[in-house]
Ligand binder design. Structure first.
Ligand code: AMP
Length: 274
């Protein structure tokens, strides 16, 4: 596995690879990230992963400085999973002091995480566009764990005519249903025990909506289930799977999405509704 820390090293390394499959990450890797690498490998192209904790996608009172970092552990996992090249840029490489251009996102970025974290998706889109420009992958793999993010990135690629295929990858979960996340390590033991209530509430609500139960009442009950487990729900919504606009009644393609605070950790999850 090659490791590139400068643009010169990256350019030398990508030159020999031909068409690549790309997996962008912020590190602190877990089985969810590795499932993206597995999916990327099945395409038959050499796999490039990046690790970059992107300051632009964190709000001023968010956890940029506390975000988990474990470069040695990440590199060992990437090597073991057959990654061909890792890109480890530093902040000045991604955001030179003279930079004056960012990507403005609307549409699927407007609601939900876009409200809770106002600059988040502009930061994501900007760094992803830069990474695409540096690596020029044929395909890029994103986790459905961040469902809204996949829609925002897909919209950007279509709108800016970027020559890359976005491939969504299903959510990797622990045995009790909790979606894997780098931030789960910050859950205290009783919080970790309560956390599967989010997925449980979503799967129950999806089943009820498919069975024809009233959507507003079902979402209300799901919020209640989350609160009963000690969470502070932010949103629980039935949305159009791609535009992220709320749906008052089931109409495919639909997705149930939710966010809740548990202790100091913001949990995100979503399930299909069909
Ligand atoms: P992050 O390092 O959290 O920015 O995530 C990097 C990529 O891994 C994103 O495309 C995430 O959606 C994806 N990812 C994170 N957790 C999971 C998971 N549990 N299952 C599938 N993909 C995930």
């Amino acid at each position: 596995m090659k490791i590139a820390r400068t643009l010169t090293e990256l350019q030398a390394a990508t030159k020999t690879l031909g068409e690549t499959a790309f997996v962008p990450t912020m590190g602190a890797l877990h089985r969810g990230h590795l499932s993206l690498l597995e999916a990327a490998k099945t395409g038959g192209r050499p796999v490039v992963a990046s690790i970059f904790v992107n300051p632009a996608q964190f709000g001023p009172n968010e956890d940029y400085n506390r975000y988990p970092r474990d470069e040695a552990g990440d590199l060992a996992q990437l090597e073991a999973s057959g990654c061909d090249l890792v890109w480890l840029p530093d902040v000045p490489t991604m955001y030179p002091a003279h930079a004056a251009t960012t990507i403005h996102v609307a549409g699927p970025a407007t609601r939900w995480e876009g409200v809770a974290r106002p600059a988040h998706f502009a930061g994501v889109a900007t760094v992803v566009a830069k990474l695409f420009g540096q690596i020029r992958p044929a395909a890029a793999y994103f986790g459905e764990k961040d469902w809204q993010q996949v829609q925002v990135v897909s919209r950007m690629v279509e709108d800016l005519l970027l020559p890359v295929k976005i491939v969504p990858v299903p959510i990797a979960r622990d045995a009790d249903g909790l979606a894997l996340s780098s931030r789960n390590r910050f859950l205290l033991p009783p919080e970790r025990a309560a956390a599967p209530a989010l997925y449980a509430a979503l799967t129950k609500a999806a089943t009820q909506i498919v069975a024809g139960k009233d959507v507003a009442a079902t979402l209300h009950n799901a919020r209640h289930g989350m609160a009963a487990a000690g969470m502070v729900p932010d949103y629980v919504a039935l949305v159009h799977a791609h535009s992220l606009e709320p749906l008052a009644a089931l109409a495919p393609p639909a997705r149930l999405i939710a966010a809740a605070k548990l202790g100091h950790v913001r949990l995100l999850d979503n399930v299909p509704v069909a």
